[in-house]
Design a protein around this ligand. Structure first.
Ligand code: HEC
Ligand code: HEC
Ligand code: HEC
Ligand code: HEC
Ligand code: HEC
Ligand code: HEC
Length: 382
């Protein structure tokens, strides 16, 4: 090869590298979800310091404005995995801030005891804790059982005997009948704080055919791949923009049964359907949503058409965190693969609206020129 041809090849190679870097940068990439920081931020080896108990328990535990864990009472004795407090305690703040920074560790807050300034992606348990049962999932450690709902609406599981308790209520204390899970762990059944294993926000089921005990073997995601996929925003959507947000997994494949769909689909909607099975599918009598217009329930895990009224919402370029969508491939979002999901209208933990909606449903009025909420997608119904 001549010298000139070599130079041209080099220039070409550099160009290819630059172009592929630009290509990669234009797509969301998964960031580290592992905890960081010094061990003592979260662990206490002997639960003893200067002879006093360290771990905190009971109602009212949370991080204060100076980064101290306060409230509740100190707990004697050994603690699970030597942690300084419970799930609720470590994810609670007594300030209005939703990310607590302790030298080196950032803790996402899901329950603020005062009204949060900027709730994270899942919303916040603040409102349901104020006593309005319609504004959040009622979970043990934060609120009493829901006074309106005796079980998860749309629940399709079997008899609600021992072991079905999480589908009926997440507000029961730990006991063998909820496999000592319930509360946060009714949904975040297994946690992986020290791993980057690709489970979106620790949303994994318990594996089909649970039997009488929930063995820790079911934590294994290769043997039990019933978990949600997605690309996690690094600050849990404390700050957002058209390209700075979570990317959820969706699908256009019809569900065929209730038990295995989280394994089959790995979508956010199939996760919610684990407890609210009737609201998506599969179709059987009055269960499910139907398979085409006219729908019998608002459809989810279906494509957001790029035609008609829906053509005015392009979530690739103008994503709305008020009415988000999921994607067939969350790491390569494509307009033709935008998907309607449960979280298009709901928050997962709770919100300032009834039914944990993302907006005020009473503002959705025909012929008033309104925008946002339902009108984000149904652009010609305002
Ligand atoms: C910001 C909080 C945080 C920090 C800092 C932290 N951990 Fe953890 N760790 C946790 C939580 C929460 C768990 C609970 C179980 C889980 O989800 O894996 C845990 C579980 C563990 C476990 C048992 C589960 C496993 O993955 O093996 C070990 C061992 C452990 N931590 C060691 C450490 C060590 C050593 C350090 C310091 C180098 C450390 N941790 C720092 C929060 C933390
Ligand atoms: C001692 C503090 C501590 C305790 C106890 C704790 N967590 Fe966490 N948790 C953290 C921190 C810190 C993070 C943020 C990790 C990171 O940087 O992405 C986190 C992250 C999470 C996330 C989000 C994961 C993600 O992808 O960002 C979930 C869900 C969660 N925790 C649930 C739980 C549940 C359920 C429990 C109880 C079994 C629990 N946590 C106990 C400190 C704690
Ligand atoms: C009904 C199921 C459910 C329950 C109960 C639940 N979570 Fe979540 N959680 C989710 C889902 C779904 C997400 C993902 C939300 C998103 O990305 O929009 C999430 C996200 C999170 C995150 C990441 C921050 C965020 O807002 O996205 C943390 C931390 C967390 N949960 C902790 C908890 C803790 C602690 C509890 C108990 C107090 C709890 N969760 C109870 C379903 C649940
Ligand atoms: C582990 C079971 C479980 C999962 C998974 C679950 N839910 Fe629920 N959900 C319940 C239960 C139990 C209730 C009724 C009691 C309550 O409100 O906490 C409920 C109630 C609700 C309500 C009515 C709230 C009210 O109080 O009026 C909405 C809306 C809802 N869920 C949406 C969702 C969405 C969206 C998801 C997926 C992110 C989801 N749920 C996942 C168990 C679950
Ligand atoms: C993320 C986008 C999105 C949001 C937000 C949304 N919808 Fe929809 N909606 C759709 C899509 C897509 C369809 C199905 C269209 C089709 O059949 O192709 C649909 C279907 C419907 C249908 C049934 C139409 C039929 O042909 O059977 C009604 C009614 C409806 N939506 C009302 C609402 C209301 C009310 C709200 C607000 C609470 C809302 N939608 C929010 C995307 C959305
Ligand atoms: C298009 C917006 C939209 C989508 C998508 C959506 N919901 Fe809803 N959901 C609502 C509205 C609005 C309500 C209030 C009651 C009503 O109009 O039915 C509601 C109410 C609920 C309730 C409370 C029912 C009760 O009896 O109190 C539950 C539970 C629920 N939704 C779960 C889900 C689940 C699970 C999914 C996904 C499979 C989902 N929703 C998808 C808008 C939506």
């Amino acid at each position: 090869m001549t010298r000139r041809a070599n130079v041209l090849t080099d220039v070409f190679c550099v160009l290819i590298v630059i172009l592929s870097l630009m290509f990669l940068m234009s797509f969301p990439t998964s960031l580290s979800a592992k905890v960081t920081g010094i061990c003592s931020n979260c662990h206490t080896m002997h639960n003893s310091q200067n002879g006093d108990d360290v771990a905190r328990t009971g109602t009212g535990v949370g991080w204060d404005g100076s980064g101290q864990l306060t409230g509740g009472s100190t707990a004697g004795g050994a603690q699970m995995t030597t942690l300084i407090t419970s799930c609720v305690g470590c994810h609670t703040s007594t300030t209005n801030q939703t990310v607590v920074n302790l030298g080196g560790s950032s803790i996402p807050i899901v329950y603020n005891t005062v009204q949060p300034v900027q709730p994270l992606a899942g919303g916040n348990f603040y409102w349901v804790a104020q006593g309005d049962d319609t504004k959040g999932h009622n979970v043990y450690g934060i609120s009493a059982a829901d006074s309106n709902l005796g079980e998860a609406p749309g629940f399709t599981g079997g008899a609600c005997g021992s072991g079905s308790r999480c589908h009926v209520s997440l507000a029961q204390p730990p006991s063998p009948s909820n496999f000592n899970r319930g509360s946060c762990q009714g949904c975040h059944v297994f946690t992986y704080h020290h791993e980057d294993n690709g489970v979106y926000r620790f949303l994994k089921g318990h594996g089909a055919s649970i039997g009488s005990s929930l063995s820790n073997a079911r934590r294994n995601i290769t043997t039990y791949p019933d978990y949600v996929l997605g690309v996690e925003d690094s600050d849990w959507e404390k700050t957002t923009s058209a390209v700075d947000h979570n990317y959820y997994k969706g699908t256009t494949t019809a569900y065929t049964n209730d038990g295995d769909e989280l394994t089959n689909q790995q979508t956010l909607t199939s996760f919610c359907s684990g407890c609210h099975g009737d609201f998506h599918g599969p179709q059987s009598g009055n269960d499910g949503m139907g398979s085409a217009s006219p729908w019998i329930r608002h459809p989810t895990d279906i494509a957001l058409p790029a035609t008609g009224e829906y053509s005015s919402y392009n979530p690739v370029t103008a994503y709305s965190t008020e009415a988000p969508v999921a994607w067939v491939n969350p790491s390569t979002p494509d307009r033709a693969e935008a998907i309607v999901m449960c979280l298009s209208c709901h928050k997962a933990h709770g919100s300032d609206q009834s039914d944990m909606l993302r907006w005020d449903y009473t503002d959705m009025i025909v012929a008033s020129g309104n925008s946002g909420g339902c009108f984000t997608c149904h652009t010609d119904k305002n």
